[in-house]
Every structure is written in structure tokens, then in C-alpha cells.
Design a protein. Structure first.
Length: 184
């Protein structure tokens, strides 16, 4: 009986770790829209300028590749679809290493005098910040001035491991736009 439980537990653990790293994707679209009529798209300016220009450029590049594979061509202005990007990074304080993540605030982690709270020697265990990136893409039919597709994806990132974070971001965009309808 014990051996069966151990084998079952060992079989489940890899799947749990994969589930923790997977992206969370949500989409919505107008089911009455004929996407084959769209041939071009134009980017709208984000409401807020990016605080992470390298990450933003990586996202834009991947979005353009994915939309190109769906049959859409980017033009500077006046595309059939207007692509409105939004999103950002949420930094959460997870407390001590190994405790669950709970987002507590947006924007950069606050600066604080650690000595004020834990004394001059510091805490006995390190605090952990968890970053979750969110990307939202909204496609507007310019002729009708109507949203025809929107989607969002969330991905946990480690801003200390920039290359790994860029790879995870790339995979998240691919997963999101995999659900965008083909236009050709």
C-alpha cells in the first residue's frame, strides 16, 4: 500500500510542477465575425509607456510573427484591425522562501529599510518577490468600431533570469495567439 502511494505521488509531482509554470489564457470573440475579411492590422499606442522596453519589443516581435502566420499583415496606420495592447507586471511578496504567492500590489516593489523591521542583522530567511506578467490584446474592427477578439495571458516571471523570462513570455504569446482565428 505504501509503495503504491509513493509511486502515485512520484507520478503526479512532475505534472504539478508543469501546471504551476503554465500560462493562464482567457479569450473572447464575436462569433458572428468573418475573420477572413481581415487582411491588415495596425498597432494602437499603449495607454501607458512600457517600463520594460526590451520585454515590450520581444512581445511585439512575437505577436507580429504569430499574426503573420494567421494571414495578417502589419501596416503603420489604417489596418482592417486595430490592435490595442495592454498589460504589465505585478510584483507580489511571497514572504519567506517556499510560502505561497499572493499578489499584494502593482508596480515596482517598495523600497524599505529592512533594519527598521527586523533589526540590523536582517531576517533569518530571505524574502521572495514573485513577478506575474499580464498581456492583453484587443482587436477592433475599424470599419465597425467594434471589438471582435480579445485575449489575455498571465505568466509568472523571474526578473533576475532575463533570458528565461523572455522565453516564457514568447511561449505565452504563442499560446494566446494560437487561439486567434486564421484569416487566410
Amino acid at each position: 500500500m505504501r509503495i503504491t502511494r509513493r509511486v502515485t505521488l512520484l507520478a503526479i509531482i512532475p505534472f504539478l510542477s508543469i501546471a504551476c509554470l503554465s500560462q493562464k489564457v482567457k479569450i473572447g470573440h464575436d462569433k458572428g465575425t468573418d475573420f477572413s475579411k481581415f487582411k491588415t492590422y495596425s498597432w494602437d499606442e499603449p495607454a501607458m509607456p512600457s517600463t520594460r522596453p526590451v520585454l515590450f519589443e520581444a512581445v511585439v516581435a512575437r505577436v507580429e510573427v504569430e499574426l503573420g502566420s494567421k494571414g495578417l499583415t502589419r501596416i503603420p496606420k489604417g489596418g482592417d484591425l486595430l490592435l490595442v495592447p495592454s498589460g504589465g507586471l505585478d510584483f507580489g511578496f511571497a514572504g519567506q522562501a517556499g510560502t505561497p504567492y499572493s499578489p499584494t500590489y502593482s508596480a515596482a516593489p517598495p523600497t524599505m529599510n529592512a533594519g527598521m523591521w527586523v533589526g540590523s542583522t536582517g531576517p533569518s530567511t530571505a524574502a521572495v518577490y514573485v513577478t506575474e506578467g499580464t498581456l492583453e490584446l484587443t482587436f477592433v474592427d475599424r470599419a465597425l468600431n467594434k471589438v471582435v477578439w480579445s485575449g489575455s495571458v498571465k505568466q509568472k516571471l523571474d526578473m533576475e533570469q532575463k533570458t528565461k523570462s523572455l522565453e516564457l513570455t514568447d511561449k505565452a504569446v504563442i499560446k494566446l495567439l494560437k487561439r486567434f482565428p486564421r484569416t487566410k
